[in-house]
Design a protein. Sequence first.
Length: 155
Amino acid sequence: MTRILVFSDTHGDIKMCEEIINRIPCDLILHAGDINRDAKELIQKFPDKEIHFVQGNNDFFDSVPYDEIVEAGGKRIFLTHGHNYKVKYETDYRTLAKRAKDNNCDIAVFGHTHSEFAGETDGIKLLNPGSVRFGETYGVIEIDGEKTGICIIGG
């Protein structure tokens, strides 16, 4: 089984992220932007962990990409902040789901709204962990063969 911790919208406060990483065993950590210097700090604090992150709408003057495709547990994950995919305006997140599907992804991870969401659109599992800083929520993805579980913790 592959376990992935998912954070977003930390906005300068990674204390809770550190506590979660120290408490929950994981194979991978994803940070969906805002603020990516927080993700860089997590990389320094946890050099033994594989951590991927993308640029958010509040990450200025950085060469970090807006989107990344991460492969884990035999699945493809589309990682983005979401502000380029209408996530504040579409309740079914169809634009994001289409982009993930066009990239042959199974899962789309996003942030931006500060509101947690776990669901599915057009066969794509969607996970927004919310905000550790503003809502004290984070996400977990567990991949076990063909089975994929996504959930929100906290709040």
